[in-house]
Design a protein around this ligand. Structure first.
Ligand SMILES: [Zn+2]
Length: 378
């Protein structure tokens, strides 16, 4: 799919989209605030597609559309409107919109290989983008990325401080981010070295960019291939290290379907990668966190898969609490086995994890974990 962003002003975008049908139809979702017009199949003008409301986690109100035709049919259309949703920045020093704003055709049958162009203003720097001087525009692609997200992050030159250490680059724009930024640079290489030894592979691309967004949206942090973005400052050094370790942990053991209940694997994989790092780097901080988790596990319904199989709201917590119980009962080695097995799965889901554990003779671990899939009373 090709997306050419034509306009980019005051929270609104205008985009020309070109895509090719692989089967007889393509269903995709786009933010409801964006209006589609000028639909064509080849040279043929078609009426704009009718959207139906659709809910997706972490997205604003979305609409689902279906394009019908023959395999190989090429469709073009434009869409425009104001963006909404979390982590949307249209201000002097940064323009940022991504998956969380539903700004491009996504989900269902939409292509995940997407090439994007943006107006080529060199007063800005496009993170993970490439400036095409010949055409005078910025290019961004999702090709080769494990987490497909058209993550547009434009930083206005001159407003940002950039720190560099080896293949690591960090950008911040507010005075009180200077100290945490320095701390993050130091912690990052230690965390990555720990993960390399834990998982026996590099994980995220060697190049890593960290960005501290301006204050205003306390939403936490998120990770994409080779990129970690913070929207709020962790309250102390320990919290900063933990958040960073969690986000970097998403480069491992985290390829399960994030729209289903299987997302528990992603969050538990990242969180327990971070906890194991802490166990070695800052044992008192680890013990404190573990005590809290064990206490919570007493009052929390430890059910990984809700009866209707949907993605539960507490998908971030439940697996982490289950692993805390497993850690208490079997120790660190059991968690290492779980994480490495999860990281090595061809098909990253719970059923595959259980059978891979059994294949290694880890029947008790598989049995223990299996007992938490269906509802449990605490
Ligand atoms: Zn996470």
């Amino acid at each position: 799919m090709r997306l050419d962003i034509d306009t980019l002003e005051g929270g609104a975008i205008g985009v020309s989209c070109a895509l090719t049908l692989h089967g007889g139809s393509m269903r995709f979702a786009l933010a409801s605030s964006l209006e589609i017009s000028g639909l064509r199949r080849g040279g043929e003008v078609l009426p704009p597609p009718a959207g139906e409301p659709c809910e997706l986690p972490f997205r604003p109100q979305m609409s689902a559309y279906t394009l019908r035709g023959e395999p190989g049919d090429e469709f073009t259309f434009t869409y425009s409107g104001r963006l909404g949703g979390a982590l949307l920045y249209f201000q002097s020093e940064v323009r940022h919109f991504s998956l969380y704003n539903g700004w491009y055709p996504m989900e269902f049958d939409a292509d995940t290989d997407i090439d994007v162009t943006l107006p080529g203003d060199i007063a800005w720097e496009l993170i993970q983008g490439r400036y095409d001087a010949a055409r005078g525009l910025w290019r961004y692609t999702t090709r080769g990325r494990a987490i497909p997200d058209c993550n547009i992050l434009l930083l206005r030159r001159g407003w940002w401080t950039r720190l560099e250490s080896g293949a690591l680059r960090l950008y911040y724009c507010e005075a009180d981010q200077a100290l945490p930024a320095g701390e993050a640079i130091r912690a990052c290489s230690k965390i990555r070295a720990f993960y390399r030894s834990l998982y026996g592979r590099e994980g995220a691309s060697r190049e890593l960019t960290l960005v501290y967004l301006p204050h205003g949206q306390d939403w936490g942090a998120y990770m994409r291939d080779g990129l970690v973005v913070f929207s709020s400052l962790p309250k102390d050094t320990s919290a900063l290290r933990h958040t960073l370790a969690h986000e970097l942990g998403h480069a491992y053991a985290c390829r399960a379907d994030s729209l289903s209940w299987e997302d528990w694997l992603n969050e538990t994989g990242a969180e327990w990668s971070a906890l194991l790092y802490e166990l070695h780097a800052d044992r008192p901080a680890f013990e404190l966190r573990l005590d809290k988790l064990l206490e919570l596990s007493e009052s929390h319904p430890l059910c990984l898969r809700p009866p209707d199989g949907s993605r539960p709201d507490e998908v971030h917590e439940t697996g982490t609490l289950v692993f805390a119980r497993i850690y208490k009962k079997y120790g660190e080695e059991a968690i290492i086995t779980l994480l490495r097995t999860l990281d090595g799965l061809q098909q990253p889901d719970t059923a595959a994890l259980l059978s891979a554990l059994r294949a290694q003779g880890e029947d008790s671990l598989a049995g223990e974990l299996g007992a938490y899939i269906s509802p449990q009373t605490p």
